[in-house]
Write a protein that binds this ligand. Structure first.
Ligand code: SF4
Length: 369
């Protein structure tokens, strides 16, 4: 079966979910309300990873709606994406990088998504013309790389992916091209069953380096199918990197996070960021972990790694930049460092902040909140 056909068997409605999971009438009503606000889409493959006997199953938590999504606390744009949008679908926050919103479709709508405002919903922020995105990048010679994101960039048809690759490969200021995709995790068949996609990657990886940045969050996602997809990409010259989101009830145990990091390095997927979960509306209340606790979990997980696994950085995507959460000083304050900066004066800046045990984020003045 072609992957497009397989996708048609995904779970998208409460009725379909009820066929698989026992729900009370009250839960059905609530889930219906949540899904009308934040769509649900679970591939049969990803659903098969759920342990039905575990009421707190981490895989289920990432794909099945939860009542806490109805909490109103938080915001929909936690890292200033609107202010970095230079033209429709093109964001330019860091000098060297352009980010393209290529689609609002994903193979699975992660319940912890930071683009909840967009995925499965609105086309309003998407780039529509590959030419227009390419023109922006060409006209800004300081841009050395593009991140084709979404949504999930590999949910674009191969023709669109080919257009991006063809055009960006011709831009001389680009050192490499990146794709952001959770498809290796949520729908690996999209990769290993599609020779057309793999041929495209083979062809263009000979012209410019191509990276695929994915998001494994739990070691149980490192299945034989996911590993097969990753290895088929690697065999075509694609470098696969991982960004994990630190999530309550999923990877907030150093042993689990440590196993994930180790599993990734074992398949030559270098883990390069662990993200502090953003204070997104519908996400903040149940997935965020306080900064102090988070840094302890990450440090304990890193202690279990070799040098490659230890290279991962714990960061937050803040409106002012990508801020590394370094740790706690002897006086109890927390130490942060700008890893990427929106404004030149913040480059590599180190700062301290007083943190309450419950603080989960920094405000615009870099005070803990
Ligand atoms: S794949 Fe990425 S963009 Fe899509 S829902 Fe998951 S986290 Fe959000």
């Amino acid at each position: 079966m072609a992957w497009q056909e397989e996708l048609k068997n995904s779970i998208t409605t409460v009725e379909q979910l009820c066929e698989k999971v026992k729900l009370t009438t009250e839960e059905r009503e609530k889930y219906g309300k949540i899904i009308s606000q934040y769509p649900m889409f679970i591939t049969p493959y990803y659903f098969s990873l759920i342990d039905p006997d575990d009421p707190n199953d981490p895989i289920a938590r990432m794909c099945i709606p939860s009542e806490s999504e109805l909490l109103q606390e938080g915001s929909f744009d936690t890292s200033g994406e609107a202010s970095n949008t230079m033209q429709k679908g093109v964001q330019h926050k860091y000098r060297q990088t352009a980010l393209i919103l290529s689609t609002n479709v994903c193979a699975m709508y992660c319940r912890h998504c930071f683009r909840k405002r967009l995925v499965g919903l609105s086309n309003a922020e998407l780039n529509e013309q590959v030419d227009e995105a390419t023109a922006y990048v060409r006209n800004h010679p300081e841009i050395t790389n593009v991140l084709i994101s979404g949504g999930d960039s590999l949910m674009n048809p191969n023709e669109i992916i080919a257009r991006y690759l063809e055009e960006f490969c011709k831009v001389s200021n680009l050192d490499f091209i990146r794709f952001g995709s959770r498809v290796p995790v949520t729908f690996p068949q999209r990769i290993y069953e599609d020779d057309g996609l793999l041929s495209l990657f083979s062809k263009y990886a000979r012209i410019k380096p191509i990276y695929l940045v994915t998001q494994f969050n739990h070691p149980r996602e490192l299945t034989p199918e996911a590993i097969k997809a990753v290895q088929m990409l690697q065999a075509r010259g694609i470098q696969v990197r991982n960004q994990t989101v630190l999530l309550r009830g999923i990877n907030d145990d150093p042993a689990v996070l440590g196993e994930l990091l180790r599993g990734l390095t074992r398949i030559e997927v270098v883990p390069y960021y662990i993200f502090q979960c953003r204070p997104v509306k519908g996400v903040k209340g149940h997935f965020q972990i306080p900064l102090q606790e988070g840094v302890r979990i990450v440090d304990a997980a890193k202690a279990l790694q070799n040098g490659l696994g230890k290279g991962v950085r714990f960061v937050m995507s803040h409106p002012l930049g990508k801020i590394e959460i370094i740790g706690e000083a002897d006086d109890g304050r927390m130490i942060f460092k700008f890893h990427q900066n929106k404004y030149p004066e913040d480059a590599s800046r180190i700062f301290f902040a007083d943190i309450d045990t419950g603080s989960t984020w920094l405000d615009e003045k870099l005070n803990a909140i």
